[in-house]
Design a protein around this ligand. Structure first.
Ligand code: BEZ
Length: 540
């Protein structure tokens, strides 16, 4: 349906003066099941403030002026759901008058349900580079098929089609609809198409490369919720362990670890692991084997050590559920510099509020909203047991179309597609070692399937100390999008990003393509990326 309309629209581009008219002419038009609900030219001017999904998303990007562009809103596939509610896939598409020929699909966040401003904000969120729209890209954003009060609202889970759209299907429909509208407006199809998203948007980015490989040339998947079903179980497991330990002390999870406990843990993690990379600089480049016993109180609970019940809860939560052979079943948490920070608490235990309550919205997004979505209410009850087999069975049906953990990228790779994965070493919801393990498996599967190194088309970058999509004690100011564009244009693949960030003013570091990590040369100025080299870890 969309393809025929797109071909029919391949006419000459409108003259610049006619751009506003061509834009307004889209108003009210219908193309199959796509209905344009708004179309008007936006004059060049300041960008609206960014809308961040999470309060620990780091610093807002620089706000450069946006170019004159056509703003189109549309509904795709309007229908009434199984719950009697109206549904549609709502989109917002912005196409610059001086379009650079590139199209960017902006990923969503949480459970979606809200159409965010289609600017193509760079990821990580600490990046000071301009949004994609200001660089000349056409950008689309979407609610992915249901309308919600906020991105933690999971009521759409009553309707199967809305779940399919959230899980994967909206990506195909939005991509086709956007390309059609761009063709109508400009008379051209995009020369190159990209997907960039973080968290759930990172999951969607991987789905785009895995299931819509002919539609995208380049993809950035940041802090991807790629194993959403397992991540929900792992997070619920650790949240419940903290809640159970807190209940023994007749308090709530947000008050189990005091600020002094958090500071003690962070200091101890750095004391044991900061110099793995040769520099004591507050960033751990490498895997930290933290021994919590070194700070556990031997006798009575006292200042300067961690009470045994708290240490036990931390250790158990971080190990994650294990099978009889001691193997992690749904992942584990790494000990990194920003764990136990405010950003970590928001997701893992909730944050205590001054009125004696706790802010748990983001923790609940994982423990409640995802259990609605995976149609498994048991996740809402304590899941502190290591036997998670029944949970995995229960989430399997929804996981089959939602999880983005496939390792087959043959079509994407064969067409020259490029994939950049970025994550935070301290991400408190989507564990970095999980992503590393998947990347390792994907690399060997793809090498086996194609005979070519996976690093020729896909690279992973792990930012020590960075939390969820940015923020934390890490360097989250760098620009994967420029590197991706260069890579898809035939320039060399990025071996590293030179990162800076507000957490460490005046400091730069190479963020190396995993499994390599930065190592200090022992001589140069420790604040300079140039004094570090990317080195592969030593085989153990
Ligand atoms: C997110 O997009 O940030 C998100 C999605 C699902 C669960 C938790 C976080």
């Amino acid at each position: 349906m969309f393809v025929a309309a797109l071909l029919a629209s391949a006419v000459a581009a409108p003259a610049p003066a006619a751009f506003g008219q061509a834009c307004a002419a889209l108003q009210g038009r219908a193309f199959g099941d796509l209905v344009v609900t708004g179309a008007s030219e936006v004059v060049a001017g300041p960008a609206p403030a960014p809308v961040l999904m999470s309060p620990n998303g780091g610093a807002p990007a620089v706000r450069p002026p946006l170019p004159a562009h056509c703003l189109v809103t549309a509904d795709i596939a309007r229908r009434t759901g199984a719950d009697g509610q109206p549904y549609a896939i709502k989109i917002e598409l912005r196409v610059p008058a001086d379009w650079n020929g590139r199209f960017l699909y902006q990923g969503g966040g949480g459970m979606n349900g809200v159409v965010m401003t289609a600017l193509g904000e760079p990821t990580p969120s600490g990046s000071r580079e301009p949004p994609a729209l200001a660089r000349g890209f056409a950008v689309v954003s979407t609610d992915s098929g249901h309308q919600a009060a906020n991105p933690a609202d999971s009521r759409f889970a009553k309707d199967q089609q809305a779940k399919l759209d959230y899980g994967y299907a909206a990506i195909g429909k939005v991509t086709a609809g956007s390309k059609l509208l761009i063709g109508e407006l400009t008379g051209r199809a995009p020369a190159k198409s990209y997907f960039m998203g973080c968290s759930n948007g990172g999951r969607e980015a991987l789905i785009a490369a895995q299931r819509y490989p002919t539609e995208f040339d380049g993809v950035i998947a940041a802090n991807p919720a790629f194993e959403l079903s397992r991540a929900a179980i792992l997070s619920t497991y650790s949240a419940n362990i903290f809640a159970a330990a807190a209940a023994h002390r007749q308090t709530d999870a947000s008050r189990l670890l005091t600020p002094a406990d958090g500071a003690l843990l962070q200091k101890a993690i750095l004391a044991q692991c900061d110099d793995l990379d040769g520099a004591k600089d507050g960033m751990i480049f490498g895997a930290c084997r933290f021994d919590i016993r070194k700070i556990t109180c031997k006798g009575k609970e006292s200042e300067g050590c961690l009470a045994p019940d708290k240490a036990e809860a931390v250790e158990k939560a971080f190990r994650g559920p294990r099978d009889r052979d001691g193997k992690a079943v749904v992942g584990s948490w790494p000990y990194d510099a920003s764990q136990f920070s405010q950003g970590w608490r928001i997701w893992q235990t909730g944050m205590p509020t001054p009125n004696g309550g706790a802010f748990t919205l983001l923790r609940d997004l994982v423990t409640n909203s995802l259990s609605d979505y995976f149609a498994f209410p048991t996740l809402k009850r304590p899941v502190a047991t290591d036997d998670v087999a029944p949970l995995l069975k229960a989430v399997a049906a929804t996981a089959a179309y939602t999880d983005a953990d496939a390792t087959d990228f043959r079509t994407f790779e064969a067409r020259g597609g490029k994939l950049i994965l970025v994550t935070g070493g301290s991400d408190p919801i989507f564990s970095a070692p999980q992503l590393e393990a998947w990347y390792g498996k994907m690399s060997s599967d793809m090498q086996g399937a194609t005979g070519r190194p996976a690093a020729d088309f896909a690279r992973l970058f792990v930012v020590p100390g960075m939390e969820h999509c940015g923020g934390g004690a890490g360097l989250d100011d760098f620009d994967p999008l420029s590197s991706l564009v260069a890579w898809t244009d035939g320039k060399p693949a990025p071996d590293l990003f030179v990162a800076k960030g507000q957490a460490f003013p005046g400091v730069t570091r190479p963020i190396c393509a995993w499994p390599a990590a930065a190592r200090y040369d022992g001589k140069g100025p420790v604040q300079d990326a140039g004094s570090f080299q990317c080195k592969a870890p030593k085989a153990e």
